[in-house]
Design a protein around this ligand. Structure first.
Ligand code: NAD
Ligand code: WQD
Length: 341
């Protein structure tokens, strides 16, 4: 068990907040750094309510090197989990430079400061998006990456390259690249969850906003994909399972493995229509939808082979689609306006 702190960048965000809860549940000491560009400080209170412990929180931009140096001076940091980043694919096409600066820039600063303070362990939030349009399904970790079509995905590919180079030149570093598939769901308490700004880009928050009556129906983007029912197939993973994957990864890093790369998904492909039907059934709420044209850039199918994470870390998912749908709705129905009070 690490004796010092775990620095969680982006720790008030969707995946970060759930991970902080599980870290505290597992007796890790946590300090969060977040600039709140896509989250609220109130999340820290909610985390405390769930975990009965309060993580330290510092409002700062990870690109601010002096501030990051100050944090490393004040806390004995043994490991970093680096969630901080911008993640909207459409926005990244409009503002590529913002994405390069924020996502790649923050990682570069973080790695420089970690080096200065001799911090050897980092977990990075990568994404299934690095596989682009996958050559085979399910996707294995050593399948090709890099042929991507939007700046958001490019930042993940570039950061993976930086981390792989670092692993080559510094064998004392322990680096985990985690490729998340599609996180959905929320903590059982309904106190933390996904709180998108404006109209959601992703399917599950769109469904929950239809369920609550904020939006009239789901636009199903395309029914002519090469899939079981023609709609897009993805690997939806409960966010708490994903959070627990980070706890398992920290334990793995304690064995000094050098560079490790894991898919974090369920291994199950679910279509858009199946997700809508599962939500209706789990929550007994009708979800009207309309089949429309494809969304540019979308692929037919994307789901993971997750055997490696189980083999090497003993991690596998424990929540199913019913849990995902119930917990997403529990969060949305108790927080119709998200974190806005
Ligand atoms: P999120 O937007 O909810 O959380 C990211 C957090 O980082 C936010 O709280 C934001 O305020 C903060 N942040 C952004 N830039 C920062 C900076 N420069 N300095 C300090 N804080 C900054 O997103 P999330 O869904 O929790 O995603 C977390 C990570 O996982 C991201 O790196 C994302 O790319 C990656 N990821 C997400 C998904 C997904 O579908 N949610 C899938 C794969 C990978
Ligand atoms: C899922 C399916 C859509 C919305 C994105 C990013 C990816 C990763 C996760 C960060 C697709 C369909 C969606 C809607 C729909 N993020 N859909 N109506 O596109 O798999 O992945 O989030 O790394 O990089 O690209 O997720 O939830 O947007 O879409 O029919 O209103 O639902 O076409 O088949 P996606 P999503």
């Amino acid at each position: 068990m690490l004796k010092g702190y775990v620095l969680v960048t982006g720790g008030t965000g969707y995946i970060g907040s759930h991970t902080v809860v599980e870290l505290l549940n597992n007796d890790y000491k946590v300090v969060i750094v977040d600039n709140l560009c896509n989250s609220k400080a109130l999340v820290v209170d909610r985390i405390e309510k769930i975990a009965h412990k309060r993580p330290d929180f510092i409002e700062a931009d990870v690109r601010d090197k002096e501030k990051m140096r100050e944090i490393f001076k004040n806390y004995p940091i043994d490991a970093v989990i680096h969630f901080a980043g911008l993640k909207a694919v459409g926005e990244s096409v409009e503002k590529p430079q913002l994405y390069y600066d924020n996502n790649i820039g923050s990682t570069e600063v973080l790695l420089e400061v970690m080096k200065e303070f001799n911090c050897k362990n980092i977990v990075f939030s990568s994404s299934a998006t690095v596989y682009g349009n996958p050559k085979r399904i399910p996707i294995f970790e050593d399948d090709p990456t890099g042929e991507v079509t939007n700046p958001y995905a490019e930042t993940k590919v570039k950061i993976e390259i930086i981390l792989k180079e670092l692993a080559k030149i510094d064998s004392s570093m322990n680096i985990a690249i985690l490729r998340y598939f599609n996180p959905i769901g929320a903590h059982k308490s309904g106190l933390i969850g996904e709180d998108p700004n404006g109209i959601p880009n992703n399917l599950m928050p769109y469904i929950t906003q239809v369920a609550i009556g904020k939006l009239p129906f789901v636009h199903v983007f395309g029914s002519d994909y090469k899939t079981k029912d023609g709609t897009g197939v993805r690997d939806y993973i409960h966010v708490v399972d994903l959070a627990l994957g980070h706890v398992a990864t920290l334990k793995k890093l304690e064995q000094n493995p050098g560079l490790v790369i894991y898919n974090l998904g369920t291994g199950i492909g679910t279509s858009v229509i199946e997700l809508i039907e599962a939500f209706k059934m789990a929550n007994k709420i009708d979800i009207p939808y309309r089949i429309e044209g494809r969304r540019p850039g979308d692929i037919d199918e994307c789901y993971a082979n997750c055997d490696k994470a189980f083999r090497e870390m003993g991690w596998k998912t424990k929540y199913n689609m019913v849990d995902c749908c119930k917990d997403s709705w529990n969060w949305q129905s108790h927080n119709p306006k998200g974190y806005e009070e």
